[in-house]
Design a protein around this ligand. Sequence first.
Ligand code: SF4
Length: 58
Amino acid sequence: MCTSGVFSIEGKKSIPIRMKACIGCKSCVEVCKERAITVRDLEREMSEIASLLLKDLL
Ligand code: SF4
């Protein structure tokens, strides 16, 4: 799911512990069956390489 290491698994729950590492790809939103995750617009931009790597997900 999150390749940026935003989440940590604690017990049976996924807890966002590094929210500043989020690149806004929204892959976590797509896999969350409970629709518990919202990704708001981020001010930072992705690098050209990151954009190319994630182009099929965005
Ligand atoms: S939007 Fe992407 S980078 Fe941010 S928490 Fe979700 S999966 Fe991780």
